[in-house]
Design a protein around this ligand. Structure first.
Ligand code: NAD
Ligand code: MG
Length: 392
């Protein structure tokens, strides 16, 4: 029986994870669930999965949840705050941690799980983008098992040799596929009028709002390029992005002999989640079988960096190295939040990220404090640009 902690249990990945867990009560039990604001949903999930611990953001929220769970006859211990997230991520009673908090907030708890030697199912790509070297060192040093949940990285992981899921001589390149999001073919002249709801209406995947906007700008693919670099040790010029609007081929690995291995499936995050949970076994994920005859044509095209400047910015940040990817990520989080709040336009996001990246700190990312300081400085710069309306 595996005991699982789900960080970010009320989100889109949290939902999919608990759906797979629900299908296999003989294999999985829930140790802890965490959420930021959605108390009702967390309470429901606790009542269904009966975790030993639950974590919310504030003392007030914890008191409310405690009362509700006690009334339902549960003995769940309710904690609150950032330190409690890291604490449950490292709890000795759990062996597996799903890291599905969105954004930089996920870094410390995900790192805590790695340092505790857990099987870490990594959905929170920001942890690797911000502090890839530190994170991968922690995984090695503490004997954690890192399984990528991001569908592209999960696909690449499945297509690399099982005995050594790292980039090596026989691998020519890793190819990340991207749907191109909702604006792949839209007239660029009309992009400045995009509303948050339009940007979040992804053609193939249902996801949280932040990652949905990132998919529309293709910053998501940029973050994934950085993620792939750290996960697989792939040099930046061996990472290729290919637009594939049908989202059936989830990514590929090209080998020196001309072989290309791809992983295919319906676009449903329960597939990579089930793979991560059961690895190296395979279990039912509740995903409908892939019907290629019904899917029809699969198409591919090179991404247009003029249309998607954020993708180019992410490659720049990875080439620059050091804290640049953390700066890129932080500026993007602030810009996307500004867009979702209606304060800036969709087309301002790339400009804000570019300006913060240009003027941002340039140190090596060798300690967590350096990374977090760069993250904070970039957030301030981005917020100042938004506040000043400088991007308009
Ligand atoms: P979401 O917005 O649906 O859910 C986010 C979860 O994180 C929620 O449970 C929320 O309560 C929690 N959370 C938010 N802010 C927090 C904070 N400050 N402190 C603690 N908890 C906080 O997001 P999602 O779509 O489920 O994505 C989660 C992560 O997985 C992201 O890093 C995303 O990039 C990655 N990911 C998601 C998908 C997908 O299909 N949704 C695919 C690949 C990767
Ligand atoms: Mg992805």
């Amino acid at each position: 029986m595996r005991r699982i902690t789900v960080l970010g249990a009320t989100g889109s990945i949290g939902d999919s994870t608990l759906d797979v867990v629900r299908r296999h009560p003989d294999r999985y039990a829930v140790h802890a669930l965490t959420a930021h604001r959605q108390l009702d949903k967390l309470a429901e999930r606790c009542i269904e999965f009966r975790p030993a611990r639950a974590v919310v953001a504030t003392a007030e929220a914890a008191a409310t949840l405690r009362t509700r769970l006690a009334a339902a006859g549960l003995a769940t211990e309710v904690l609150h705050g950032e330190a409690a997230l890291a604490q449950v991520a490292a709890d000795a009673d759990a062996d597996t941690v799903m890291a599905a908090i969105v954004g930089a907030a996920g870094l410390r708890p995900t790192l805590a799980a790695a340092c505790a030697g857990k099987r870490v199912l990594l959905a929170n790509k920001e942890a690797l983008v911000m502090s890839g070297a530190i994170f991968m060192d922690a995984v090695r040093e503490h004997g954690a098992t890192l399984l990528p949940i991001d569908s592209e990285h999960n696909a690449i992981f499945q297509c690399l040799p099982a005995d050594d899921p790292r980039y090596r001589a026989g691998v020519a390149r890793v190819v990340l596929t991207a749907s191109g999001g909702p604006f792949r073919t839209r007239d660029p002249a009309t992009l400045h009028d995009i509303s948050p709801d339009e940007a979040c209406a992804h053609p193939n995947w249902v996801m949280g709002r932040k990652i949905s906007v990132d998919s529309a700008t293709m910053m998501n693919k940029g973050l994934e390029v950085i993620e792939a670099h750290w996960l697989f040790g792939a040099p930046v010029d061996r990472i290729q992005v290919l637009i594939h609007p049908q989202s059936i081929v989830h990514s590929m690995v090209a080998y020196a002999d001309g072989t290309v291995l791809a992983q295919l499936g319906n676009p449903d995050m329960r597939t990579p989640i089930a793979y991560g949970l059961a690895y190296p076994e395979r279990i039912d994920a509740g995903v409908s079988p892939l019907d290629l005859a019904a899917a029809g044509a699969l198409s591919f095209e090179a991404p247009d960096l003029q249309r998607f400047p954020c993708l180019g910015l992410a490659f720049d940040a990875l080439r620059e190295g050091g804290v640049a990817p953390a700066v890129l990520n932080a500026a993007n989080e602030v810009a996307v939040d500004g867009f979702l709040r209606g304060v800036i336009r969709f087309t301002d996001i790339a400009g804000i990220v570019a300006r913060v990246l240009d003027s941002g700190p340039r140190e090596a990312a060798d300690t967590l404090d350096t990374v977090l300081a760069a993250d904070a400085a970039a957030r301030q710069s981005a917020a100042a640009l938004i506040g000043a309306g400088a991007s308009h």
